[in-house]
Every structure is written in structure tokens, then in C-alpha cells.
Design a protein around this ligand. Structure first.
Ligand code: FES
Length: 94
């Protein structure tokens, strides 16, 4: 079974318009926090979610949340030397 890559050590806050989105579960996408198809060589799949009205969301980048795609602050439990994906963001609240 494939393991997700830690794409960032913090959540990312975004103002999203109403619509359907595809959150990257594998951590390999270059367009975090959204899927770009990079999961194709893994057995992980993106998580589709719907926003019914414009709102600010806090999306998980560590890929360990228990409430995907939303941050549950699991990133706070990461060891400081845990490797992360090269191409990433991670610009949100601690
Ligand atoms: S690129 Fe990560 S789930 Fe699609």
C-alpha cells in the first residue's frame, strides 16, 4: 500500500468559490492542495469535495488528517525531521 508524502507541515487556508474540488491525498501533486494526477503510480486516490457557498477553508497538506480534506491539526504531531515533498507550500496557520 502506498504511503502519502507530506506535502507541507501546515495547513493551507484558501477562499474557495462554490464548486467541486479534488484534494490531493497522495502528497505528490505539484498543484497542492489539489490533485494533478500524480497519484497514478500509487494506490491512493484524490478526495472530491464540494463547497456549496464561497468560504474560507483550511486544507490539509501533511496528508495525515482524519477529516480529509480539512485540517485537523495532525501536522502538529509530526517529528521535526520528517521528510516532506520538495515542491511545496505550507503557508497557513500552525
Ligand atoms: S496527485 Fe495526489 S491524489 Fe492526485
Amino acid at each position: 500500500m502506498s504511503e502519502p508524502v507530506i506535502a507541507g507541515r501546515k495547513s493551507i487556508k484558501l477562499d474557495l468559490a462554490a464548486g467541486t474540488y479534488s484534494w490531493c491525498r497522495c502528497g505528490r501533486s505539484a498543484t497542492q492542495p489539489f490533485c494533478d494526477g500524480s497519484h497514478k503510480d500509487t494506490d491512493l486516490a484524490p478526495v472530491d469535495f464540494e463547497i456549496t457557498e464561497p468560504r474560507r477553508v483550511s486544507l490539509c497538506l501533511c496528508k495525515l488528517t482524519q477529516t480529509p480534506p480539512f485540517c485537523d491539526h495532525t501536522h502538529r504531531t509530526l517529528p521535526p525531521d520528517e521528510p516532506t515533498a520538495d515542491a511545496l507550500v505550507g503557508d497557513g496557520p500552525a
